[in-house]
Design a binder for this molecule. Structure first.
Ligand SMILES: *Cc1c(COP(=O)(O)O)cnc(C)c1O
Length: 229
């Protein structure tokens, strides 16, 4: 084989894409029904460009300000980028978030529903919304309580938010499968098809349990530098 015909070496991106495809086939699902969100929080543009050059277009960020500083220039250079907000959103940043992001995964309280509805009315933009569920009932985590989910969804729908699914971040260091299965059940009960669940350590499990969006950072970019919380 000449260098030109040799298949390209596996990269972290191709490895994760293959992992998603394998898990999907195990569950008799179409891999095309799973969106890989490359979580580029804390990564500089130089670290992000190789994924863009490889054709990847869906990215996740957890802070509005960081994304607003980084992505406009990258979007000028690469067409059709889709940005997903996966971090907590303060109501006073709702308008910036609606202007910048194509999907918001962290809708978790009535005041934020109202702020997003106002921002959408004002900007005319309507990013897909996922309602985040505090699936392990952990005090320190965002997300609405399971008991509050029906009322929050009703409010979001009444406000006209395009709610497409549910999102969760299961407790650390325990088997995530039961939490993924519970989120899938809640989504079914609410007639929602989107399921944002699974990260670097557990995206394959999440895909077998129905994830439509996996949020993968360190498996693609390497370990993050310690972040100031
Ligand atoms: C950082 C983050 C991820 C990605 O985590 P990795 O373990 O690096 O894949 C996924 N979801 C949320 C909400 C995050 O904040």
């Amino acid at each position: 084989m000449t260098a030109a015909t040799r298949p390209p070496a596996a990269t972290p991106l191709t490895a994760v894409i293959d992992g998603i495809a394998q898990a999907a086939r195990l569950a008799s699902r179409d891999p095309a029904d799973v969106t890989l969100i490359a979580v580029s929080k804390t990564q500089e543009a130089e670290a992000i460009r190789p994924l863009l050059d490889a054709g990847h277009r869906v990215f996740g960020e957890n802070r509005v300000q960081e994304a607003a500083a980084k992505w406009p220039a990258l979007r000028d250079a690469y067409a059709d980028v889709a940005l997903h907000l996966i971090g907590q959103l303060q109501s006073n940043k709702a308008e910036d978030a609606v202007a910048l992001f194509d999907a918001i995964h962290t809708v978790d309280r009535p005041s934020l529903v109202d702020a997003l509805a106002a921002a959408m009315a004002k900007t005319g933009r309507r990013p897909d919304c996922f309602v985040q569920v505090n699936i392990g009932a952990e005090d320190q985590k965002g997300g609405c309580a399971i008991a509050d989910l029906p009322a929050l969804l009703e409010r979001a729908r009444a406000a006209g938010l395009p709610v497409v699914g549910l999102m969760c971040l299961p407790p650390a260091d325990v088997e995530p499968a039961p939490y993924f299965a519970l989120l899938a059940k809640l989504a079914r009960e609410e007639g929602l098809s989107g399921l944002s669940m699974g990260m670097s350590g557990d995206y394959a499990t999440a895909v077998t349990l129905g994830a439509t969006h996996v949020r993968v950072g360190s498996a693609l970019f390497g370990a993050r530098k310690a972040m100031a919380a």
